[in-house]
Ligand binder design. Structure first.
Ligand code: PNS
Length: 165
């Protein structure tokens, strides 16, 4: 039986921490489906197409990884896709409360789907899409924290950051 994990998130934008987690997930699961949240009520910096394109370019045809988008309940999407697990990354303590809540709610909604937490690499323990966007917005150099395609897109969104390259 094939073990499939869904790796869900906003990926607004994908960071090197996300890529690190996908590679770790592939050591455990046969396939990983990266599922981008579409939710039109949530305000994203990048459109769903941009977030997909950036993920595609960053993963560069990595086998056994699929990129998809979803809306509605994550557990419903996971069972439609035949996945047995939801993969989430844990950084520092601050992630724990929200992740704990999300995992327990998902378990209540569908007991067949297990949440699997993996620690991100130490290099990425303090980074997040939000802090990276904030730094880029005010001209901070985020090179090395995001794939090069994302770096270029952030510079295009916030031209001030180009000055400090
Ligand atoms: O990267 P993020 O933004 O922390 O990801 C959050 C995500 C997409 C995993 C979460 O918001 C989600 O699963 N949304 C879909 C709706 C859902 O099923 N929510 C959890 C149970 S109410």
């Amino acid at each position: 039986m094939e073990h499939i994990a869904i790796y869900p998130g906003s990926f607004d934008p994908v960071t090197n921490g996300h890529l690190d987690l996908i590679h770790r997930g592939l050591k455990i699961f046969d396939r990983v489906i990266v599922a981008i949240l579409k939710n039109p009520q949530k305000k994203f910096l990048f459109s769903i197409d941009e977030r997909m394109e950036m993920l595609r370019a960053s993963l560069n045809g990595l086998p056994l990884v699929e990129i998809d988008a979803f809306d509605g309940l994550l557990v419903d999407y996971a069972s439609q896709r035949g996945a047995s697990a939801v993969l989430r990354g844990l950084r520092a303590l601050s992630d724990f409360e929200y992740e704990f809540q999300l995992a327990l709610m998902n378990r209540r909604l569908n007991r067949e789907i297990q949440t699997v937490f993996l620690m991100t690499g130490m290099r990425w323990i303090y980074t997040s899409s939000s802090i990276i966007k904030e730094a880029a917005q005010f001209g901070g150099d985020v090179k090395g924290m995001v794939p090069s395609v994302v770096h270029e897109r952030l510079i295009a969104k916030f031209p001030r950051s180009a000055k400090r390259r």
